[in-house]
Design a protein around this ligand. Structure first.
Ligand SMILES: Cc1cc2nc3c(=O)[nH]c(=O)nc-3n(C[C@H](O)[C@H](O)[C@H](O)COP(=O)(O)OP(=O)(O)OC[C@H]3O[C@@H](n4cnc5c(N)ncnc54)[C@H](O)[C@@H]3O)c2cc1C
Length: 366
């Protein structure tokens, strides 16, 4: 039976980034139920870094991750993962609720029309967040998996945790289809399946809920879109950004309660997305080039969860990354690694309030 100090369940960005931080200090194994890592939320994101997204407890994690994403250490990657885009928060009446510390400025009408030619006149208010950038998610995820392996960790695909039980100071982990592993500590980085994995380990779930979000790649009768800013409304009912010269990625900002699954887009959500988009600009809609959906996963308070379970100290939660799991991954992984290593946090996250992210906050409610 293979033995690990730490066995991570889930090969998305959360599991890969934490595994990369831990390998070299621990014997790390990572099990992914699918044939490839990253096929669920991580492979389906809108791929942007937007500091204002996720609220005041998440913004510090995104901010702390930025320098690493823009200019990672040479032994991690020989190039950065960000390309600058900027984001426009627009509204007909109100103003966006921007967390403190996020750099934004008001945009006057003439500039708004230059940035988004054809924007309809009723979108009166606009705020620019210049720091918004695209993230090369596939490269980042691959770099984390590469670092995990280089530092002696093991990645096992087609390896789904079926159940786990504590035995003699270790977890005995049974895999679907046979196979048994042993680990001192289990990390739950199973995304939408985090509560299910907890149950399978005899650990009480936290109430982590999966919500479907739809993305549409839309060809439009407009040119020069590739570099245009991300545009979203202050009320949170859509966002879109340029993808190619004449196509965009568009989302209706939906949040449909769903059981954990291989999420697929529904026609109605695509139609809603297009309807909302047509109320923003006068660009002709030509066709849907492709569409997809993924599951964003939230704890009851919509704050991510990093830390040991209050009742099972050999079970570590790394879950509930909502719509910000990519842009916060570098800092979140450093923070979670420090907790697992019982070490001082890296300078990158020294200022982050780890207690606010701990599962201990649910201890009294359970
Ligand atoms: C449409 C959409 C747009 C988004 N846009 C952005 C964005 O622009 N910026 C951003 O930062 N974030 C964005 N997000 C959020 C981001 O994608 C997620 O927060 C992040 O990918 C979560 O990573 P994860 O590793 O926790 O989950 P996942 O990538 O889902 O990984 C969890 C893995 O666990 C595996 N697993 C489950 N159960 C088991 C088991 N029993 N045994 C073994 N393996 C198991 C699954 O197969 C899966 O691969 C978006 C998400 C969606 C859906």
């Amino acid at each position: 039976m293979e033995q690990y100090d730490v066995l991570i369940v889930g090969g998305g960005i959360a599991g890969a980034s934490l595994g990369a931080e831990l390998a070299g200090n621990f014997r790390v194994g990572l099990i992914e139920g699918e044939p490839h890592c990253g096929v669920h939320a991580t492979g389906r994101s809108a791929a942007f870094w937007l500091e204002s997204y996720g609220g005041p407890l998440v913004a510090p994690l995104a901010a702390a991750s930025r320098a690493f994403l823009a200019s990672p250490p040479a032994d991690f990657s020989d190039r950065g993962f960000l390309s600058s885009r900027g984001a426009l928060h627009i509204s007909r009446d109100g103003w966006p609720d921007i967390p403190p510390g996020v750099q934004v400025r008001v945009v006057e009408r003439a500039e708004l029309e230059r940035l988004v030619p054809g924007i309809r006149p009723d979108w009166r208010n606009a705020v620019l967040e210049p720091g918004c950038a695209d993230i090369d998610v596939a490269a980042l995820h691959a770099a984390y998996l590469g670092q995990l392996r280089r530092h002696g960790g093991t990645v096992m695909t087609d390896a789904r945790l079926q159940s786990a039980r504590p035995s003699g100071g270790c977890w005995v982990v049974e895999l679907d289809g046979g196979g048994t592993l042993s680990a001192a500590t289990l990390v739950n980085a199973a995304g939408a399946w985090a509560d299910e994995v907890a149950r399978r380990c005899g650990v009480e779930p936290l109430g982590i809920a999966a919500k479907r979000r739809t993305m549409v790649q839309l060809a439009v009768g407009k040119q020069g879109l590739r570099q245009m800013p991300l545009v979203g409304d202050a009320e949170g009912t859509f966002y879109f950004k340029g993808e190619t010269d004449s196509s965009i990625w568009l989302s209706p900002h939906d949040e449909i309660d769903t059981d954990p699954c291989d999420a697929a887009p529904e026609e109605i959500d695509i139609a809603v997305a297009i309807d909302r988009f047509q109320a923003v600009v006068d660009w002709p809609v030509l066709r849907v080039e492709r569409s997809w959906a993924g599951l964003r996963t939230f704890a009851p308070d919509r704050v991510p969860v990093y830390g040991f379970d209050p009742r099972q100290p050999a079970f570590f939660w790394c879950a509930g990354q909502g719509g910000f799991g990519i842009q916060t991954a570098p800092a979140a992984a450093k923070l979670a690694a420090a907790l697992l290593l019982e070490a001082q946090p890296d300078a990158m996250v020294a200022h982050v309030n780890a207690n606010a992210l701990s599962p201990m906050r649910f201890a009294t409610a359970r």
